[in-house]
Design a protein around this ligand. Structure first.
Ligand code: COI
Length: 352
């Protein structure tokens, strides 16, 4: 594999408590080009801007997809990754939905491991930190006709991160968005494509202006059923049952969502994947049965939700504090990721 090392390594972060999310990038990246119906060899090169013609398809029609995964440095110095095969499998499903070529997950995984070995000194070790992995694929043909590109660029960049939200594990406030729509059945909601995030910005900004952290999206047809938060899948503890919206086609099939479900089921919690109407959430809140709410995501990990704003009223959940099941899941999943807990599900791979 061709590796070109930087001649100007960057100064690394000095304070892990100030990492935040996605502000720092390591010295190198992985790049692989697709043309004439085939992927070339992956290469590692210095992290640097791409140059592309103004008529590149991506810039006009948004044919682009990405993934989010994390690498960790364990206490005994190993480099590990969490469920990375699931990320590449989902990327290939997203690629198919967006008329993009699939990648050979084994080739890309071993190239990623090479990159991680090269960048290992960038992996932060403080609790709650990780090296975020962002695999991305973009349409790269210089052509204004609306059609699937014939050229693509795949790349992976790495970013040392702390918590996704500025307030760390403080419960977030989310605002139910009843007018704008993130995704409809038959659309691209379950693909991790760039457009899903672009179209969620307005709802997010509206929520921010009203003093909330994010928008909670409802279904497109009836504006009634909970879908997701855009950067997180949603879970609610109603009475003694943990409920999460079923993957109906418009919701991202989150890998942390799946991890949470597997942990909960294994540890004997009653779990349901189904439609959840806002009327049910409000009724559960009113009769004291809405015990907890939390979001799951690679970036967000397990994030407690303390307030749900709906039709001018705030539902304050569990006194605005992280609930018991949320805390259990956070400890278990971050425990498996950091090797503090046994890897009971076979989710962790060592990068040797
Ligand atoms: C992730 O959790 O990795 C995501 O991709 C969500 C968001 C940061 C875009």
């Amino acid at each position: 594999m061709k590796i070109t090392k930087t001649t100007a390594p960057k100064a690394k972060y000095t304070d892990t408590s100030k990492l935040g999310f996605g502000k720092y990038f390591t010295d190198h990246m992985l790049v692989m080009e697709y043309e004439n119906g085939a992927w070339g060899e992956p290469e590692i090169c210095p992290y640097a801007p791409f140059s592309m013609p103004p008529a590149t398809n991506l810039l006009h029609y948004g044919q682009g997809i990405f993934e989010g995964a994390k690498a960790y440095r364990t206490e005994d110095g190993k480099i590990t990754v969490f469920r990375i095969d699931d990320n590449f499998a989902r990327m290939n499903r997203s690629a198919t939905r967006m008329c993009m070529p699939t990648i050979d997950a084994d080739v890309v995984k071993s190239a990623l491991f090479e990159l991680l070995r090269l960048e290992q000194d960038w992996i932060p070790t403080a609790p709650g930190t990780a090296l975020y992995i962002r695999p991305t694929m973009i349409a790269d043909e210089e052509m204004l006709g609306v059609h699937a590109s014939k050229r693509y660029k795949f790349f992976i960049i790495l970013s040392p991160v702390g918590s996704y939200y500025a307030n760390g594990l403080e419960p977030t406030k989310i605002l139910v968005e009843e007018h704008l729509v993130r995704a409809a059945i038959g659309g691209t909601g379950e693909a991790k494509c760039m457009g899903n995030y672009a179209c969620s910005l307005m709802g997010g900004e509206y929520a921010n202006r009203k003093g909330y952290d994010q928008a909670l999206w409802l279904d497109a047809a009836e504006h009634k059923y909970v879908e997701e938060v855009g950067s997180m899948n949603m879970f609610f503890v109603i009475s003694d049952t943990v409920v999460t919206p079923a993957l109906v086609g418009s919701i991202l099939p989150g890998i942390t969502r799946d991890s949470a479900l597997q942990v909960l089921r294994k540890y004997g919690y009653r779990v349901e994947e189904r439609r959840i109407g806002m009327d049910e959430i409000v009724a559960a809140y009113d009769n004291g049965q809405l015990k907890e709410a939390f979001g799951t995501g690679t970036a967000a990990v397990i994030s407690p939700v303390g307030v749900i704003g709906f039709r001018g009223k705030d539902m304050v959940i569990n006194g605005g504090k992280m609930g018991e099941i949320t805390a259990f899941l956070y400890d278990k999943i971050t425990g498996i990721q950091s090797e503090r807990c046994a890897d009971e599900f076979g989710w962790v791979t060592e990068v040797k």
